[in-house]
Write a protein that binds this ligand. Structure first.
Ligand code: NDP
Length: 401
């Protein structure tokens, strides 16, 4: 019996659980545990109403490995799907090792008091997972996640080697709010306000946050400004494809969003340094998160599409070739299907697919892995079957930007 234990009850989790319920032959039992039980109850009610399926819910503070372990012992799942925040990754992995449970997440570890994410801490657990016959799959959302699989698929089917990799993340949607983030505001703002970084001939080139801008014409969306950023999949992709000469990540932002972000930064609201308020220590960014719209609540009002993909140039039989692989996702269609906007949808669906492949042992491999290290074909097939179809276009020439 495939028993899955999902941690976190936010936007991404809600989509993943809807999709697991739609594939109930692969997910025979679903347990959902999170810090705020009310959010678990909401998801449970939706699943009961839509699919007449009962899921089990539990209250859990996943910062504490002991509490996670206690619930794993009680429910004996085969797989933990960590859809809480990156801060909890290590505590949850530790509990998985203790209780012999496979692990999957969508974002790499970051400590609360230092806004710096990297794979080191999780990769360091490779031997522990390997020796316990366990698998941990890291970064199984869209980016990271599907973008890693697009890269592996392009290499497997179309190229002998990859030379230039660009990941393009466009959200052409509008939620009608003056300022809101697409996913957890705290994690999102920490990521966007970090220094930009890209990989060039073996070195990381750093720059000011969002200082390099390009106007790009996205399929089905049109022209948008996209900005150079650092993103976690660059770290694993250049490690696993050492032939890569240049790897970059781009994300679109509207002018209004950037103006708000600029003010937030300048008045110190994006700071993670504690300040005293009436005798209490509060962290400005954590407080800001509390007053910004919950990304999970934006589904109803969001219109437009996302287009996320990879542009890869490399060599096939010594000839230069360029491929653009992307998915288009419609916010309103997502809401109709699972009451959610496309950002949570494009993350929750791959998390469900990765879970399915591990549970059914299609992707089983002992140790800690990133998605590009596994066969991309079964994942690509399931993407189309579960609402995220992709297109691959061969471009006439390498794009110079
Ligand atoms: P949300 O903020 O909507 O949800 C997070 C959930 O985790 C909430 O239910 C929250 O509970 C719960 N949580 C937080 N801390 C704890 C804790 N200590 N113990 C138990 N539960 C906890 O975030 P999203 O759904 O938008 O994002 C989820 C994850 O997905 C994040 O890690 C994010 O970085 C990642 N992500 C990955 C993407 C990708 O493409 N790879 C894209 C988008 C997101 P509470 O309600 O109490 O706060």
């Amino acid at each position: 019996m495939n028993k899955v234990f999902v941690i976190g009850a936010g936007g991404v989790s809600s989509v993943a659980i809807h999709k697991m319920a739609m594939n109930k032959n692969d997910f025979n039992k679903i347990i959902l545990a999170s810090r705020t039980i009310k959010k678990c109850k909401n998801i449970k009610e939706q699943i009961k109403q839509k699919f007449n399926l009962d899921i089990v819910i539990e209250e859990l503070d996943a910062d504490n490995s002991f509490f996670v372990g206690k619930l794993l012992k009680k429910h004996t799942p085969n797989l933990v799907v960590n859809l809480a925040l990156p801060y909890q990754d290590l505590a949850i992995m530790e509990a998985c090792l203790k209780e012999n449970v496979h692990y999957l997440d969508t974002a790499n570890y970051e400590s609360k008091d230092n806004a710096k994410f990297e794979y080191k801490w999780q990769w360091d657990l490779h031997k522990n997972f390997y020796n316990n016959n366990l698998m941990a799959l890291l970064g199984c959302g869209f980016d990271p996640g599907v973008t890693n699989v697009f890269t592996a698929y392009t290499k497997k089917h179309f190229l002998d080697k990859i030379e230039f990799l660009d990941i393009l993340d466009c959200n052409g949607g509008d939620h009608g709010q003056p300022f809101a983030t697409n996913f957890n505001p705290e994690i999102n703002i920490r990521e966007i306000t970090a220094k930009s970084r890209y990989y060039l001939y073996g070195k990381w080139i750093k720059g000011k946050p969002l200082s390099k801008k390009i106007n790009f014409d996205f399929p089905e969306i049109g022209k948008k400004n996209m900005y150079l950023m650092y993103h976690e999949e660059l770290e694993s992709l250049v490690k696993h494809y050492p032939e890569i000469k240049r790897a970059r990540f781009w994300m679109t932002f509207g002018d209004k969003y950037l103006n708000y972000l600029d003010v937030i930064n300048k008045i110190g609201m994006s700071s993670i340094m504690p300040v005293n308020h009436k005798g209490m220590k509060i962290i400005p960014l954590e407080f800001l998160k509390e007053i910004l719209p919950d990304p999970g609540s934006l589904g109803k009002s969001t219109k437009g599409k996302t287009c996320i993909g990879t542009i890869i140039t490399g060599k096939k039989n010594d000839k230069e070739k360029t491929f653009y692989t992307f998915n288009i996702c419609d916010h309103e269609e997502c809401f109709k299907e699972v009451n959610s906007q496309a950002i949570s949808y494009t993350t929750g669906v791959p998390a469900m697919i990765g879970s399915m492949l591990i549970l059914n042992k299609v992707w089983f491999k002992k140790g800690v892995w990133n998605l590009e290290q596994l066969d991309p074909d079964p994942f690509m097939k399931l993407l189309t079957m579960n609402g995220l179809p992709y297109q691959i276009i061969e471009l006439k020439t390498k794009i110079n930007f």
